[in-house]
Design a protein around this ligand. Structure first.
Ligand SMILES: N[C@@H](CCC(=O)N[C@@H](CS)C(=O)NCC(=O)O)C(=O)O
Length: 357
């Protein structure tokens, strides 16, 4: 079931090394509680995202361990999470949201278990509790952590979303969004309402892979490296790379509609989920304030372009996004106060159809 076992110890930092001397004991206590993030911060003060553990694949081959079947799989997400949201975007774009059900957790992390200090994703007790979030319809789980504990008795990684769940075998197929995108793109085409849409077409695969790599490093994960750095050096390095990479995207998008040409691909969906969170959250919360996305004419119009693709706006719940980031990282924002702006409307006209698509 767990196809790849990876130790997280390389990322673990004894808490005494982590805390900056001028932080108050109570703040230190708060930091210790959010152990999933602390465990990813290295002794150099830089943030390191550990790899996912469940790496199985749904296949169109009916004899495989996880064959593509309608109503067999369930996607657990948080609307707040960019990695989960890109999977949700694929469900909508491919017309898979009837064949694959999904549930979002509550936006703000809470204690997941009496008896230890872990905080994480929690399901509401009723649909009325938190608009957008629903109780777990399959296992009645209280938390995402509880799902991992059903799937594996000796799991020692983080309890992350997205989770692609197999209802039949009652287990996690995958908790790696980049793999889930590939499955949704190609393996469910017999049941997808939009099977012809190929976001990873053969002729563009090498280019998409290459773009994904530097977009992930500089931007998707780059904003986290800025926000979770606890020393000036790693922050400076991450923020410099972030803006170099945004400038590179701006330049590409001044010449063509999308990152890999004039048709939308996986690379665009992967970039979009970070761009849509940028001005509302990352500018303030993750200290990415050198320039806003709305100050880049091409990136800004491009963000609107992707937002206006059929189904995408329903995957963007800005309420959940803002409440999660500003409310779940007390070591960054101890008060939990949510900044008011900027409240950009991404549904207004854009200029991207100046490129043929
Ligand atoms: N590699 C994973 C990363 C997922 C991830 O980091 N999810 C975050 C939310 S944005 C999470 O669930 N964090 C919970 C935790 O760290 O405890 C993927 O892309 O699927």
């Amino acid at each position: 079931m767990i196809s790849r076992s990876l130790s997280h110890t390389a990322f673990h930092l004894p808490s005494k090394n982590l805390f900056i001397n001028n932080r108050s004991p109570s703040l230190n206590q708060t930091i210790r509680m959010a152990k999933s993030l602390v465990d990813e911060t290295t002794a150099s003060g830089a943030y390191n995202r550990p790899p996912s553990i469940f790496r199985n694949f749904v296949s169109r081959d009916p004899t495989s361990q996880f064959p593509a079947e309608s109503e067999r799989y369930h996607l657990y997400v948080s609307y707040a999470c960019p990695w989960a949201s890109r999977c949700l975007a694929y469900l909508k774009l491919k017309g898979l949201d009837k064949a694959i059900s999904f549930t979002s957790v509550k936006p703000i992390w809470e204690k997941t278990k009496a008896g230890d200090e872990h905080t994480g994703w929690i399901f509401p007790v009723s649909s009325a509790e938190e608009p957008g979030a629903e109780p777990d319809p399959l296992n009645g789980a209280k938390s995402i952590r509880a799902l991992y504990e059903i799937a594996s008795s000796n799991y020692s990684g983080r309890f992350t979303v997205p989770v692609l769940w197999d209802k039949k075998q009652k287990t996690i197929v995958s908790n790696e969004s980049s793999d889930i995108l590939r499955m949704f793109n190609s393996e469910f085409n017999d049941i997808a309402e939009n099977p012809a849409l190929d976001l990873y077409p053969k002729p563009l695969q090498a280019q998409i892979d290459e773009v994904n790599e530097w977009v992930y490093d500089g931007i998707n994960n780059g904003v986290y490296k800025c926000g979770f750095a606890i020393k000036q050096g790693p922050y400076n390095e991450a923020v410099t790379k972030l803006y170099q990479t945004l400038d590179k995207c701006e330049e590409i998008l001044s010449k063509q509609r999308y990152l890999c040409g004039n048709t939308v691909t996986e690379a665009d969906i992967r970039l979009f989920v970070t761009l849509i969170r940028f001005d509302e959250v990352y500018v303030v919360h993750f200290k990415c304030n050198k320039k806003l996305i709305r100050e880049y004419p091409n990136l800004f119009n491009y963000t609107k372009d992707i937002f206006q693709l059929s189904g995408i706006s329903s995957t963007v719940n800005m309420e959940h996004i803002k409440r999660h980031y500003y409310g779940s990282h007390p070591f960054i924002n101890p008060s939990g106060v949510i900044p008011i702006g900027p409240g950009t409307d991404y549904s207004t006209p854009h200029d991207r159809d100046r490129f043929s698509s």
